[in-house]
Design a protein around this ligand. Structure first.
Ligand code: HEM
Length: 358
C-alpha cells in the first residue's frame, strides 16, 4: 500500500509508540481489570462467556494482535473499521467476513483492508486449535477491535461475548443503506446511527475512531474540487490538493495528521481547527447539535475514552445472534453449510478412487 501522506508539516510520532516493555505489560493485563460500560447487554451475551469453554481466549487474541500491530500498527485501524462495518450491516454477526456476501463487493467495503480478514481468520485458527470450535468469528472481531483501540493508546474496556455467526447474507444495497457516506451531513449521520440505537453522544464518540488510520483521496474529493469546501482550513486544503491533485486520485492520507497511529482525542482538536478529513467528520463541529460534544471531547480525553467504550459496547451488541441462533463458523469467510457443499463438490471431483488414495 502506498504510504499515507502527512497533510501538514507537523511531525509524525513513531508508528509504534508503545515501547516493548509496555506491550508486555499490556499482554499480562489481557484478563485484568477493564472499564465496563454501564450498558444493558443483549440477552445471551455475557462478560466471561467463555470462562469454561475457552478461558484463555482474550489472552490468545491479545498476544497474537500484539505481534501483528507491532509489525504494522496500521492494521489496528483496519480491524476497528471492519468491526464497525460488520455491526452496522445486519448486526455484529460476522457477515462482513463472508466471501460470497454482497456486502463484500459493495463500494463502501471495497476499501476494507484485505489483511484485516486474514488477521481474523488466523486468530480463529489459533483459538479453535486450542479450544475447539466454540468461539465465533464475530466475537473474535469484536475482541480484536477492542485490542486495536487498546494497543494504539485507548481505554481497555470489557467486552460482552457470546455472539454467534450469521448464516444469511444482507440484501443487495443494504451496505449503502446502513453505512454512512463520508459526504453525509450530521442529520443523516444521526438518523442512521439512531436506527442502531446509538444516540448523539455515541455518534460523536464513535466518529472519534477516525483518530487512527487512513482515507483515500476519492472519499473526500468533493471538498477539494472544483473549489475548497469553505469549512476546510486553508493549509489543510493546500496540503491535500498536493496529495490529491485531481478528481479520482487514489493516494491515502492520514485521518488525524496530529497523531495518525495513536488513539486519542486530537481528532476533535482537528475538527475545531476545521481540519477534519470527511464532510461527515467536519460537520459534527459545524452542526450546533453536535458541536458541544465535540468541544467537550476535545477538552477532556478521559471523557472521550469512556464515551467511546460505552458507544463501542452499544455498537457491538447491535442485532447480535445468540444462544441457538446462527452458528460458530469453522472458517470465518464461509458459512458452515457452504464449507460442507464445497467439500462434497471437491470429493465428487476427485472421485471415490482418488479420494481413497489421499
Ligand atoms: C459517520 C460515520 C462514518 C463514516 C462516514 C466513515 C467513513 C469512512 C471512510 C470513507 C473511511 C476511509 C476509507 C478509505 O479510503 O480507505 C474510513 C476509515 C476508517 N473508519 Fe470510518 N466512517 C464512519 C464511522 C466509523 C466508525 C463508527 C468506526 C469505528 C468505530 C470507524 C473507523 C474507521 C477507521 C479506524 C478507519 C481507518 C481505516 C484504515 O486505516 O484502514 N469509522 N471511514
Amino acid at each position: 500500500m502506498q504510504k499515507p501522506t502527512m497533510a501538514t508539516a507537523k511531525s509524525l510520532r513513531s508508528p509504534l509508540f508503545i515501547p516493548f516493555l509496555l506491550l508486555a505489560s499490556c499482554l499480562s493485563s489481557a484478563n485484568g481489570e477493564k472499564f465496563k460500560a454501564n450498558v444493558t447487554i443483549a440477552n445471551g451475551l455475557a462478560y466471561g462467556f467463555y470462562r469454561y469453554t475457552c478461558p484463555q481466549v482474550e489472552f490468545i487474541v491479545r498476544k497474537y494482535l500484539m505481534q501483528v500491530y507491532r509489525r504494522d500498527v496500521g492494521q489496528a485501524a483496519g480491524i476497528l473499521r471492519l468491526h464497525s462495518h460488520d455491526c452496522f450491516v445486519q448486526g455484529c454477526d460476522g457477515s462482513v467476513l463472508l466471501d460470497r456476501s454482497p456486502e463484500r463487493t459493495e463500494l463502501p467495503n471495497l476499501s476494507l483492508r484485505p489483511q484485516s480478514f486474514e488477521i481474523i481468520e488466523t486468530l480463529r485458527q489459533i483459538v479453535h486449535s486450542q479450544c475447539g470450535r466454540v468461539v465465533s468469528c464475530s466475537d473474535l472481531l469484536t475482541l480484536a477491535a477492542r485490542d486495536a483501540v487498546f494497543f494504539t493508546g485507548g481505554l481497555d474496556y470489557a467486552v460482552p461475548l457470546g455472539r454467534r455467526d450469521g448464516v444469511t447474507f444482507p440484501r443487495i444495497n443494504q451496505t449503502f443503506e446502513d453505512l454512512v457516506a463520508p459526504t453525509a451531513k450530521t442529520t443523516e449521520i444521526l438518523t442512521k446511527f439512531a436506527r442502531k440505537d446509538l444516540n448523539l453522544v455515541d455518534t460523536v464518540a464513535l466518529s472519534g475512531a477516525h483518530s487512527i488510520g487512513i482515507a483515500h483521496c476519492i472519499t473526500f474529493e468533493e471538498r477539494l474540487f472544483p473549489d475548497r469546501d469553505p469549512t476546510m482550513e486553508v493549509s489543510l486544503f493546500n496540503s491535500l490538493r498536493q496529495v490529491c491533485p485531481a478528481p479520482g486520485a487514489t493516494a491515502p492520507v492520514w485521518l488525524d495528521f496530529r497523531s495518525p497511529n495513536r488513539f486519542d482525542n486530537l481528532y476533535y482538536i482537528d475538527l475545531m481547527n476545521r481540519q477534519g478529513i470527511f464532510t461527515s467528520d467536519q460537520d459534527l463541529f459545524e452542526d450546533p447539535r453536535t458541536r458541544p460534544t465535540v468541544i467537550s471531547f476535545a477538552a477532556n480525553q478521559r471523557l472521550f475514552f469512556r464515551n467511546f467504550a460505552i458507544a463501542m459496547t452499544k455498537m457491538g451488541i447491535v442485532d447480535v445472534l445468540t444462544d441457538g441462533q446462527g452458528e460458530i463458523r469453522g472458517r470465518c469467510s464461509m458459512r458452515n453449510s457452504d464449507v460442507n457443499d464445497l467439500e462434497s463438490v471437491v470429493e465428487q471431483d476427485l472421485g471415490p478412487s482418488s479420494s481413497a488414495s489421499i
